[in-house]
Design a protein around this ligand. Structure first.
Ligand code: F0G
Length: 454
């Protein structure tokens, strides 16, 4: 194996590097996040190779929508053409992760006011554990395996923990996951328990659980698979590769997705910037990150307080003051979209960087807007969890404000499956006041009564 990658501090004026046989969740010199940086410049002729691998011929690493693109995320330094060599190193749920692509959803297009021909949603809920997280766990667990890790940890609003638990079960690794008590949807709790993780419920929120995990990492050397693990974000880049491969590498005008801990925002920006620097694409798309109104740190910092990446010179004082103020007011995140109920996104600076790379924007939506948008995704014969519907609600808002034009090519990411959180869905449909509710009819057990209501 010839490793041609390093971890590097994201702040250009620091830029300290670390080898890949360690996990740096923060730069030792300046405390900021690190990225995976590659020395090689993959050749664009690989586009055809990626296409050919869709006919996987029984090779699970071609079947995998993550490892099909292995040359672009090759931090382990494997020979990507030598099955015996890479199959010993790369971790996969038997090729099942990342097998997604964009779909046209006509009713959703109509709802948001876009032309169906240039509007797609990529449904990451069809991953094996029902969310986009499986993309990133494939690479995070590959890295954990490179380090010989026997135990991983994470904080979670439920999807990270489900995915981490599934990969851990498959790799024979112990998983200890932390969550805010009562703060995760039941479907996700069920998965995490069933896959055998040790679940620790903290009397607090996701942000509290995240802080405890950070302590376990820095004080006790735990291996965290949260998105502050740069190797996990490498896998999440493949969602963008699949969008682009499907569009024959024509760059869409917009990519829209929810923002919680801002891992996707970070990974997507990195994916596009690398492809641009490698000469694979000729222009950058614009990203739109959608916050829930009740968990809108990025929205407030970026739009209202003017915090920008600014070439790596981020105004830390404004961010610190913002958080101090939140704490003074005992402000808590509050949204029915529990997946993104996060006030202190760990990837904030990487997200700001993405917004600069892509001339990106941040929008916020209410729970009501997400609930209606989610129901419309359902009406299209699909399903997504509430946080994912932030994508649809966000696009609708941006179209109505004429920030996205109806004829601009737009791809939204639906991040999680509807069955993750059935309580929210049933509650919505049982209330006839909701715009798209579909209340069941209750009727006496005889044909006459049934015919009377039909
Ligand atoms: N959508 C879903 C369904 C999620 O589960 C998450 C995050 C997000 C969007 C936000 O993505 O963090 O990359 O900005 N869920 C994490 C978890 C926090 O623990 O499962 P992000």
């Amino acid at each position: 194996m010839t490793v041609k990658a390093v971890q590097q501090c994201i702040i250009p004026s620091c830029g300290r590097t670390y080898d890949v046989y360690t996990l740096k969740t923060a730069c030792e010199k300046c405390g900021n996040l690190v990225d995976v940086r590659y020395d090689d410049r993959p050749n664009p002729t690989l586009k055809e190779v990626f296409d050919e691998r869709r006919n996987h011929r029984g090779n699970i690493f071609n079947e995998s929508g993550v490892w099909r693109f292995r040359e672009l995320i090759n931090f382990p330094g494997v020979d990507c053409n030598d099955f015996d060599a890479y199959s010993n190193v790369l971790v996969s749920l038997d090729g099942a992760e990342g097998r997604t692509k964009p779909f046209h959803l006509t009713r959703v297009a109509e709802y948001v006011g876009m032309r169906s021909e240039n509007f797609w949603l990529q449904f990451e809920g069809s991953n094996p554990t029902g969310s986009f997280k499986d993309n990133g766990m494939a690479t995070a667990f590959t890295h954990a395996k490179m380090l010989g890790v026997k135990r991983i940890t994470c904080a979670s609003t439920g999807n990270t923990s489900s995915s981490a638990a599934a990969f851990a079960a498959n790799e024979g690794i112990e998983a200890i996951v932390f969550m805010g008590e009562g703060k995760i949807a039941r479907g996700k709790l069920a998965q995490t328990l069933d896959y055998g993780a040790r679940v620790v419920q903290i009397r607090g929120y996701f942000d509290d659980a995240m802080n405890r995990v950070k302590e376990l990492v820095t004080k006790k050397g735990f291996y965290a698979v949260n998105s502050l693990n740069a190797f996990r974000l490498e896998g999440q880049k493949t969602m963008i590769y699949r969008v682009l491969a499907y569009l024959k590498w024509r760059v869409p005008d917009w990519i829209v997705f929810p923002g919680g801990n801002l891992g996707n925002t970070s990974a997507f920006g990195k994916a596009f910037k690398e492809l641009y620097d490698w000469g694979w694409i000729k222009r950058m798309p614009r990203v739109a990150v959608v916050n829930a109104e009740g968990a809108n740190t990025l929205y407030r910092l970026f739009n209202e307080l003017g915090v920008k990446w600014n070439g790596g010179r981020v105004d830390d004082d404004v961010i610190d003051e913002y958080y101090t103020d939140l704490e003074r007011r005992r402000w808590k995140a509050e949204t029915k979209a529990s997946a993104i109920e996060i006030l202190k996104p760990v990837n904030l600076k990487k997200a700001l960087r993405t917004l600069e790379y892509t001339d990106g924007i941040v929008v916020q939506v209410s729970d009501e807007e997400m609930l209606d948008a989610r129901a419309i995704v359902g009406r299209n014969g699909f399903g997504c969890e509430l946080a994912s519907a932030a994508t649809v609600a966000g696009i609708k808002k941006l179209v109505s404000e004429e920030r996205i034009r109806a004829d601009e090519t737009t791809v939204g990411i639906l991040t999680g499956h509807m069955l993750k959180d059935m309580d929210t869905i049933i509650q919505y449909h049982l209330d006839p006041r909701n715009t798209f509710s579909n209340t069941p009819l209750v009727v006496a057990n005889d044909l006459q009564s049934i015919l009377a209501i039909l």
